[in-house]
Design a protein around this ligand. Structure first.
Ligand SMILES: [Zn+2]
Length: 256
């Protein structure tokens, strides 16, 4: 049976373990493709403030990262809260009408479990050395030594994996079960990781299904891909050739 494109939800899910760079990549992708961006991390952070786990100031000062373990423990004791976060994530996916990106660790597994026909599910990985480096960049004020950061990150991975297996029988440590793309970004800069993603064969193929979901703007955009000759005419300002995957601005001629 051929599934019609319109049966799809216009959603790209991007996730990864802590400090793998998944948030940065999701934001970058959302900006490039004009996607509505949701971060499950943001939902969790506001919840932490609400529940008194930390203050807004702590988050601003990067202290939240130090509390990862506390948060995991807190959620362990309050499984209903975890389910509430996950339910909210599922609702966002189900109700997406416009092209949307959801960044969150569990989102792709939940979407798979709920059989939600999202366009693309991406999982970002990086080795622990890189994750520690990225944690440091994200939390410049941290005074924790590297081995301590690594310990916190790995402990948190373990706690979360246990938690989700208990709650949903989801194996967080087997991302290929729930994702279309598992992208290793070890040793890569943000730019290179992004480039590796948009050049991925599966990405290029699946992203074509997203174009039809862009709302009709007043402006009609016209451009030509100089790589394959594809002529674009439509309502989104996207410069990513749906035919050959070219994203090089230099090889796109604006005809608007
Ligand atoms: Zn092209």
């Amino acid at each position: 049976m051929i599934t019609s494109y319109m049966d799809l939800l216009p959603v790209i899910i991007l996730g990864g373990l802590g400090s793998t760079g998944s948030t940065t990549l999701a934001r970058k992708l959302s900006q490039a493709l004009d996607l509505t961006f949701y971060s499950v991390g943001e939902i969790i952070r506001s919840l932490c403030v609400k529940e008194g786990i930390c203050t807004k100031e702590d988050i601003k000062n990067g202290m939240f990262e130090k509390m990862y373990k506390d948060l995991a423990e807190f959620l362990k004791k309050n499984p209903k809260l975890n389910q509430k976060i996950d339910q909210e994530t599922i609702e966002i996916i189900k109700n997406a009408k416009n092209p949307t990106c959801i960044e969150g660790r569990i989102a792709s597994a939940l979407a798979t479990k709920e059989k939600l026909p999202v366009i693309l599910k991406i999982w970002i990985t990086a080795d622990i050395t890189d994750r520690v480096k990225r944690f440091r960049i994200k939390n410049p004020k941290t005074t924790l030594p590297e081995d301590e950061i690594a310990k916190i990150l790995l402990e948190r991975d373990k706690l979360e994996a246990e938690q989700y297996f208990k709650l949903y029988q989801i194996e967080l440590d087997k991302p290929s079960l729930y994702n279309d793309i598992v992208l290793d970004t070890s040793g890569l800069s943000v730019e290179d990781s992004y480039f590796k993603l948009i050049q991925h064969e599966v990405f290029r193929e699946k992203i074509k299904k997203l174009w039809q979901f862009f709302p009709s703007y007043d402006v009609v955009y016209r451009w030509k891909c100089e790589v394959c000759g594809y002529l674009y005419e439509g309502f989104t300002p996207i410069h990513l050739c749906p035919h050959c995957g070219n994203i090089d601005e230099q090889k796109i001629t604006d005809l608007t």
